[in-house]
Write a protein that binds this ligand. Structure first.
Ligand SMILES: CC(C)(COP(=O)(O)OP(=O)(O)OC[C@H]1O[C@@H](n2cnc3c(N)ncnc32)[C@H](O)[C@@H]1OP(=O)(O)O)[C@@H](O)C(=O)NCCC(=O)NCCS
Length: 151
């Protein structure tokens, strides 16, 4: 089940299983203290989103290796879009490493389109540089509400 969470320790534990450079619980606590930042978690995955006025950005999304290809990231992203939309968000952005084919396939399947590229934005643990793609999706008007800003 996907639910909102402010549990920084849980998010750090999930993040560490998904990424080679883990974010600490303190980092998640600091992020979640920002106005407009929210997180959703399932047993095996999480998403963190920053909302600013009618724009939003996915700050992190991960599903633990054993739970992949079961639709969990799709559900997390869809739930995050719905939550952001309820607060008046009309656009969602994210950045993804151009070599991260699973994530790019996921995002494109959910309607994100490429709108920019940052050259040599990421450095891999072995020192290689790779570009970041900026992806964006317009949130369908039927989902967009006008509740009070998060945070
Ligand atoms: C990217 C990630 C979040 C996908 O999570 P997931 O729960 O496996 O994704 P889903 O099951 O919802 O996949 C939905 C669709 O995305 C695409 N997709 C996902 N993983 C894929 C893969 N390894 N290869 C090709 N397509 C893939 C497919 O179209 C898939 O649909 P299908 O399974 O019916 O073919 C997960 O692989 C992950 O946590 N990776 C490491 C962290 C990361 O890269 N996060 C994103 C940073 S921007």
């Amino acid at each position: 089940m996907i639910a909102p969470t402010s549990d920084a320790v849980l998010l750090a534990r999930l993040h560490a299983q998904c990424f080679s450079e883990p974010w600490s619980a303190d980092s998640f606590a600091a992020l979640l203290a920002n106005p407009g930042c929210f997180a959703l978690a399932a047993e095996d995955g999480f998403i963190v989103v920053q909302v600013v006025l009618d724009q939003s950005e996915v700050l992190s999304l991960g599903v633990t290796p054993a739970a992949r290809r079961r639709g969990i990231a799709s559900e997390l992203l869809s739930a995050a879009i719905k939550q952001a939309a309820e607060c008046g968000v009309i656009t969602m952005f994210l950045e993804v490493d151009c070599s991260n084919f699973p994530a790019i396939a996921l995002y494109k399947r959910l309607g994100f389109a490429e709108m920019g590229r940052r050259k040599a934005y990421y450095t891999t643990p072995d020192g290689q540089r790779s570009d970041a793609l900026t992806l964006c999706t317009e949130i369908p008007a039927r989902l967009v509400g006008n509740c009070v800003q998060l945070g």
